[in-house]
Ligand binder design. Structure first.
Ligand code: MGD
Ligand code: MGD
Ligand code: SF4
Ligand code: MO
Length: 751
């Protein structure tokens, strides 16, 4: 054995926010030289209190993963080969040029993925990138996920990004539908240590009711769990609303003068009696009435629906009914009910109730005339836009941190369409199922080489919290902001060699301009020169962040407000600073044209016709329905290249209730074939009493056994791609959201 001759490097500890999911846990990262030696939960982080999940502790493995791309790849003679950054941007310029010249900008689509929401530079630069694309073909994970909630928030109270966040630390009664925070750690609610917070509920007298077709990790910890047939929550929630009216339990309270449309809602739910929906939902009428009474009787209660409520055929109508329940029970904007957040990097000067209102459908998609929602078209309509010839056909694509060939419904169709593109640029960290089709791949730097501040998800946080961290490691290549800027400049026609500083400066000038503009709420006299001088020496993303922080509601206004926040001050608090729980923001925050909650928004009333038609036609008899599932060791379609997370028994199995298995002749551990309208696949069966009879479950994001990917660990733990089965032919028409749960399937045994 040779003695280890390397000098023992000093161990440094860095504190920063985990960028892997919405929980935003504080991490303590121990580093020796250029190696991460240990990642733990940061016990001194006042928000996450030391909590960490198995994914967070593998951030070092992710950083050191040899398959993670370190430099750009450019396709030469059909093969993706290593290239310099200058070569990569030149290839992008040369590749897009002829496509745009021949087919115009509408032939370009931009696809935005989940991880960009967790990183600072993407959050600050993605708007410029979308504008630079100069196309209406904008797609993102939002229409695979939460677009129904954007639409409902926009239509009911005028702000599509003001999500109703359940105040889980103070609630007496949480009615949770279609969410499994014990696995997901929470979504559209940023509440690190969700498990710990759930555990604390009973001590306060808080009750948890979970409604889910699977007895999940969360359901087993609830006071009560109700099975519900997939896709039918809208009927059940409407029956709860019906019961509030029938038993005179509705009581809006403080915001009563600001609520319009209650009578219309009463009429709308008239036929939705607990008896009528019982067979459709699989929940008996007495239970439904009891739940309505418990919710309305709680001192502070909250209805919280997530992925299992939004990624269904009636997603928008479901989110609508949940919002109505919260409003009619007086739980909207009440501590312990649902509230909205006040992020530190934003202003909270709401002014008077009333505003411009929210519109969707300002333009329509080319092939199926889907309305835009939040400026996006449905992810489920991308394949048809790529396949259908004619003016405006999508022939070129930019993907940013997304793996649509695994994440979008009817993924095999999309895979074929990607193979036919004229030109494709991916901004990603792996060669995976989607990016293997790229002509150029630009790798994002390791997250540990970037500044960290959680901008996006503080919008959903149950407490106002701020934490800033410098990079852990020195950058090996260009910064993420520089990569974004160069891509933007190429797309704007300013050339592959344009200096990224052009865009950095532009963004800072814009932000300063907004700060000084009295019509945008500038509060104090500040001089441009003074601000610029104060920003000297900061990196581009730091400048933009500092501007947001210092002009935010806790900001120091460049010295005009004593004790206020600045980046420099935050940097002195490496564990983060807590600014307290959510506070009342309504009625001032109402930005509908009427200045009221518009409960009976015409868009939603029109969409209700679909729900009513189903109520009238449904006899409650369905075949097998497929739903998804998340596991705490997996993260959507990636992180499967981290050995620690995928080792052991495969978790990509089809969960089937033993009774269904018996009827279908399926054996535990045996192979099955599962078929839907969209496709079919073969997968191992796992029988489980967790499942509601008639419902089967398969996780998404797997299927890493395809030609051309460069993820050696993931390929050894391939699993199957559940989106082969999900159907892009059905969407939640009001919001354009994909239907990823409640898919009719047939399952047969394979000998
Ligand atoms: N059937 C089914 N399908 C689903 C869902 C479901 O529940 N069931 N869930 C849906 C939901 S909620 C969502 S949000 C979507 C998510 O779908 P996507 O938006 O596709 O997101 P991910 O699957 O997380 O894929 C992340 C991609 O980003 C890359 N990446 C990781 N880190 C970075 C980084 O730091 N920088 C860059 N540039 N790239 C990075 C990864 O290699 C990968 O290609 O999936 C949806 N699809
Ligand atoms: N470990 C891990 N954490 C994650 C992710 C991950 O992939 N892995 N993904 C992240 C992302 S992008 C998101 S959006 C969040 C999602 O966070 P959650 O919404 O908590 O996600 P899921 O765990 O998919 O929970 C959805 C639940 O809905 C149930 N369900 C399915 N259909 C129906 C239905 O029709 N009605 C009802 N009532 N329930 C139904 C499912 O059984 C499941 O338990 O998680 C985030 N966190
Ligand atoms: S729950 Fe896990 S993945 Fe999510 S932020 Fe916390 S440590 Fe990271
Ligand atoms: Mo998501």
């Amino acid at each position: 054995m040779t003695p280890d001759q390397t000098a023992i490097a000093e161990i440094r500890t860095h504190y920063r926010t985990c960028p892997l999911c919405e929980a935003t846990c504080g991490l303590s990262i121990e580093v020796e030289g250029d190696r991460v030696v240990r990642v733990r939960g940061d016990k001194q982080d006042p928000f996450s209190r030391g909590f960490i999940c198995p994914k967070g502790s593998t951030l070092g493995e992710l950083h050191h993963d040899p398959d993670r791309l370190r430099g750009p790849l450019v396709r030469r003679n059909g093969r993706l080969e290593e290239a310099s950054w200058d070569e990569a941007f030149a290839a992008i310029e040369n590749g897009f040029g002829p496509v745009f010249e021949e087919h115009g900008r509408e032939s370009l689509a931009i696809l935005l993925g989940n991880p960009i929401t967790h990183h600072l530079a993407p959050a600050l630069y993605v708007g410029s990138l979308v504008r630079a694309c100069a196309t209406r073909n904008v797609y993102s994970a939002s229409t695979l996920d939460q677009m129904p909630q954007h639409a409902v928030s926009g239509l009911l109270w005028g702000d599509p990004n003001a999500f109703p966040i359940p105040d889980i630390d103070r609630t007496d009664h949480l009615l949770m539908l279609g969410a499994n925070p014990m696995a997901s750690n929470g979504s559209l609610i940023t509440a690190p240590d969700f498990p710990g917070r759930l555990k604390e509920m009973p001590a306060r007298g808080g009750r948890l009711v979970v409604v889910d077709p699977r007895r999940t990790e969360t359901a087993v910890r609830a006071d009560e769990h109700l099975f519900i047939k997939p896709g039918t929550d809208v009927f059940w929630l409407a029956a709860l609303v019906h019961t509030l009216f029938e038993e005179d339990l509705a009581s809006v309270g403080r915001l009563e003068p600001f609520v319009d449309g209650v009578d219309e809602i009463r009429e709308l739910v008239a036929g939705f009696t607990p008896e009528r929906v019982a067979g459709i939902c699989g929940i008996d009428a007495e239970t439904t009435r009891r739940q309505a009474r418990a919710l309305s009787g709680a001192a502070a209660g909250a209805v919280y629906g997530r992925v299992g409520n939004h990624t269904v055929e009636f997603g928008t109508a479901t989110a609508w009914m949940a919002a109505i329940l919260n409003i009619l029970t007086g739980n909207f904007d009440r501590p312990g009910g649902v509230m909205t957040s006040s992020p530190i990097a934003s202003r909270v000067d709401d002014g008077e109730p009333g505003g411009r209102g929210y519109r969707l459908g300002r333009w329509k998609s080319r092939v199926s005339a889907h309305p835009e929602v939040n400026g996006e078209f449905p992810a489920a309509s991308l394949a048809e836009e790529m396949e259908t010839g004619g003016k405006g056909q999508v022939r070129a694509v930019v993907t940013v941190a997304t793996n649509p060939v695994r994440s979008y419904p009817n993924s095999e169709r999309l895979d074929r369409a990607f193979a036919e593109l004229d030109f494709y640029v991916a901004f990603d960290i792996y060669v995976n199922e989607t990016t293997r089709h790229a002509d150029v791949i630009l790798p994002a730097p390791s997250t540990l080489e970037e500044e960290a501040y959680e901008l996006t998800f503080m919008v959903n946080a149950i407490r106002s919290f701020a934490k800033y961290a410098k990079p852990v490691f020195e950058r090996k290549g260009p910064s993420e902001a520089d990569i974004f800027a160069r891509l933007v400049l190429v797309l704007r026609g300013e050339g592959a060699t344009a200096d990224p500083v052009i865009l950095h400066d532009e963004l800072v000038e814009d932000a300063v301009g907004r700060m000084l503009d009295p019509s945008k709420g500038a509060e104090v006299d500040l001089e441009r020169e003074e601000i610029m001088a104060a920003l000297e020496g900061l990196s581009p993303v730091e400048k933009l962040l500092d501007l947001k922080l210092r002009s935010g509601w806790q900001g120091d206004l460049f010295g005009r407000r004593s004790g206020g926040v600045s980046l420099e001050k935050l940097a002195k608090h490496p564990h983060g600073v807590d600014f307290g729980p959510m506070v009342e923001r309504f009625p001032e925050r109402l930005k509908t044209e009427s200045g009221k909650f518009e409960l009976a928004s015409p868009v939603l009333v029109e969409d209700w016709a679909r729900v009513r038609a189903r109520l009238e036609s449904s006899d409650g008899e369905e075949g097998l329905l497929l739903i998804g599932r998340r596991h705490v060791r997996s993260n959507n379609s990636w992180m499967h290249n981290v050995e620690t997370l995928v080792s052991g028994r495969s978790r990509c199995t089809l969960l089937v209730h033993p009774e269904d298995a018996k009827r279908l002749g399926l054996a535990n551990g045996g192979l099955s074939e599962i078929r839907s309208r969209a496709g079919s696949l073969r997968v191992e069966v796992e029988t489980s009493e967790e499942m509601m009879p008639g419902v089967v479950s398969l996780p998404h994001g797997w299927g890493h056994d395809v030609e051309g990917i460069r993820m050696s660990v993931a390929a050894d733990h391939a699993g199957v791609a559940s989106n082969v089965l999900t159907d892009d032919g059905i969407i939640d028409t009001a919001s354009g959201n994909a239907v990823l749960n409640g898919i009719p399937v047939e399952v047969t045994a394979i000998a």
